[in-house]
Design a protein around this ligand. Structure first.
Ligand code: SF4
Length: 684
């Protein structure tokens, strides 16, 4: 029996826990913990990490390329060879190019794939002449990224996780790390609160596992967080609790902000959010005066049509209290999904190129010189707009790598209709709701079946190594893209013989990753925090000497109140929101095929407040229909005090987006209103 211990990075969330796969005769048999104190997890794993190899051996794994034989939506296919599959795709994409131009093509990358996979996908899109290239970060982190880029000059998390433990105050907003990033919560947040006495403020409509640790828990109606942030700014400025030295030296636009928030009193915010004014006041005072503060937020802020301006208001709070650009503070987003930086940094974005740098004539010219073909400078379509254009017949062909847009985008019924109207290629490890609409399905290698680079949300660049061979004829995504590029006639730009070749090109074109070489990452399993401009350097903390804005200062942005994309009315009187479960992942394509997770977290339910349930004659365990203007879902009721009256909540892993609104889009980030909707509920 040949037993090997292979270092990998957990593929489930953006924390990037390091572990080992024990492979016996080429099969993954179990995992081993890695107690290296320099890794983010320092030896801990959550239920997803522990079971992270189980789904690889599931019988549903895609092992051969497939060609559609039935109607779109039926999911009927026949097996074909790789040669035939690649030839069909290349021929169809060339036909679309000739007849409709490059803007009729679109590409979706994936945070579930490696840095190298994503880099080559966007390069292929650009080599074909389109910037229609996006990934699910648009649907997850984009609002906060936009806000922080405008205010601080860069979106990334500022400090190492260890700085969380040094904070005196922790503000967790629209985020439940105890469920979505449990190792991060246990190793850092819990230690700060329980061992070091940090005070925790949580803002969340649900009394989550995280909120149970809170000293102050604000429970607003979904999407009204902006009112609370504006009122906190009002209190801190009016009572002169802000950091005067920091504001004087490192912040612009303070007077304009002070004028803008004058009218947003806690009493005003109470009327909008339902949170008592006294509690908002208490939270503002604690946040401003309690000492070094960590501020983390997530989809509860980002996934609203007012997400960017809410994130701007929260960034203003961070800036005026001086909780940035020093040791002992931490701020940013921490997705519960795999890390978006694997796709964001290499430019899988309709308006950014690798770096990421904004797409404009100058950067397009620079990359044209680097790559040797002309890079289009006109921005492409954002994620939701790609599907709107598909519905209108303008997008004729799409290549989807490791994404399930049929379930991850707002208004699923509409997305399914759009997918019927284009030539659809999906590369994935399992059949999904999206593959049902595919013309060609390509079997991809899963994370432990290939070597690749990951950038965790904490800016840590790490390598994960191939532990076992892919099943059947499955291949790493980067290899599939190279095959396709060669078949289309772009081989001279895609001349790679190994994944290391791809990373070396990335080292060459992205200055912040110059020092993250294959050799360095193989030697140092804990990786390095980018920017790493050479092999001996890393950057644990950002903004220590100023902000990368034109002025070098944080540029505060005064914003005005705006409601979320849909609010209750007489017909649909409840606020609906969603949450994630510790043992489920995204749309469940992998976690529902992981035996131990499926057993413990088997399906959806709907949380209803006790008083609402009594009024409607609903008891725990009853089947309840949740209905919005887009569609309805049926789930078992969980009657509880953990959700406020007037709000209902469901886990989003089982088709939640049949309920969400696709035509309320954030002005800056282009985020659809994924987090709340107006609904009605009835006993079935
Ligand atoms: Fe994996 Fe995230 Fe759990 Fe760590 S916390 S084991 S990265 S799912």
């Amino acid at each position: 029996m040949a037993e090997k211990l292979i270092p990998v990075v957990c593929p489930w969330c953006s924390v990037g826990c390091r572990l080992y796969i024990v492979s016996v005769d080429g099969y993954p048999r179990k995992i081993e913990f890695d107690y290296n104190p320099k890794t983010p997890n320092k030896g801990k794993l959550c239920p997803k990490g522990v079971s992270s190899y189980q789904h690889y051996v599931h019988p549903d794994r895609l092992k051969k390329p497939l060609k559609r034989v039935g109607e779109k939506g039926e999911g009927k296919f026949e097996e074909i060879s790789w040669e035939e599959a690649i030839e069909i795709i290349a021929k169809k994409f060339k036909e679309i190019l000739e007849s409709h131009g490059p803007e009729a093509l679109a590409f979706l990358g994936s945070e579930r794939c490696s840095l190298e996979d994503n880099y080559l996908l966007q390069k292929l899109a650009r080599a074909l002449g389109t910037n229609n290239v996006e990934f699910a970060g648009r649907l997850c982190q984009s609002s906060n990224f936009v806000a922080r880029s405008k205010i601080f000059g860069g979106p990334a998390q500022t400090n190492p996780f260890d700085d969380i433990v040094k904070s005196k105050v922790i503000l967790i907003w629209g985020y439940n790390p105890a469920a979505t990033n449990p190792v991060l919560f246990g190793q850092y947040f819990e230690k700060a609160i329980l061992d070091n006495g940090a005070k925790l403020i949580v803002v969340d409509p649900v009394k989550t596992e995280t909120a149970k640790y809170a000293h102050i828990h604000l429970q607003p109606y979904p999407g009204t967080d902006l009112a609370i942030a504006l009122a906190m700014l009002h209190v801190i400025i009016k009572e002169e609790l802000y950091d005067k030295d920091f504001v004087a030296e490192r912040v612009n636009n303070f007077d304009a902000l002070a004028r803008a928030v004058e009218k947003y009193t806690p009493e005003w915010a109470e009327k909008i959010s339902g949170v008592p004014a006294s509690l908002i006041h208490e939270a503002a005072v604690l946040f401003a005066t309690g000492g070094n503060a960590t501020v983390v937020l997530n989809e509860g802020i980002n996934q609203h049509a007012n997400g960017s301006i809410t994130a701007m208001a929260i960034s203003n709070l961070i800036a005026i209290t001086g909780n940035i650009g020093k040791e002992g503070v931490f701020s940013g987003v921490i997705p519960g999904a795999h890390c978006g930086l694997c796709a964001a940094v290499p430019g899988v974005n309709c308006a950014q190129l690798p770096g990421p740098v904004p797409l404009n004539e100058e950067t397009a010219k620079k990359f044209s010189e680097l790559w040797g073909f002309e890079v289009p400078s006109k921005p492409g379509l954002h994620y939701q707009a790609i599907f709107d254009a598909m519905l209108e017949g303008k997008i004729k062909g799409i290549y989807i790598m490791g994404q399930n847009p049929a379930r991850s985008l707002a208004n699923s019924s509409k997305i399914e209709e759009a997918l019927k109207r284009a030539f659809v290629v999906v590369a994935d490890i399992f059949p999904t709701e999206t593959t049902k609409y595919a013309d060609i399905v390509l079997p991809a290698a899963a994370w432990y079946e290939k070597t690749g680079t990951v950038i965790t949300q904490n800016r840590r660049v790490m390598r994960s190594f191939q532990a076992v061979k892919p099943p059947g004829e499955a291949k790493p995504d980067w290899e599939i893209i190279v095959m396709l590029a060669k078949s289309i006639g772009l081989g001279e730009y895609f001349n790679y013989s190994s994944v290391d070749d791809v990373l070396r090109e990335i080292n060459n074109v992205i200055p912040a990753l110059k020092g993250a070489t294959p050799e360095r990452l193989a030697k140092n399993l804990e990786g390095c925090m980018y920017p790493c401009p050479d092999e001996n350097t890393e950057t644990p903390r950002l903004f220590l000497k100023g902000f990368p804005t034109k002025s070098g200062k944080a540029e505060l942005i005064p914003v005005e109140w705006k409601p979320p994309g849909e609010v209750p009315d007489e017909e649909y009187p409840f606020w609906l929101t969603n949450f994630r479960l510790v043992g489920q992942f995204h749309t469940g394509t992998m976690s529902n095929r992981t035996k131990s997770l499926k057993k413990r977290w088997p399906g959806p339910y709907v949380m209803i407040n006790e008083r609402d349930a009594k009024r409607l004659g609903i008891r725990s365990g009853d089947l309840v229909r949740v209905e919005t203007r887009r569609g309805s879902l049926v789930a078992r009721a969980e009657v509880t005090e953990n959700i406020r009256e007037g709000v209902v909540a469901m886990p989003w892993h089982w088709g939640f987006n049949y309920l969400t609104k696709d035509d309320a889009i954030d002005e800056f980030s282009k985020m659809p209103e994924l987090k709340t909707a107006a609904c009605r509920i009835s006993k079935v």
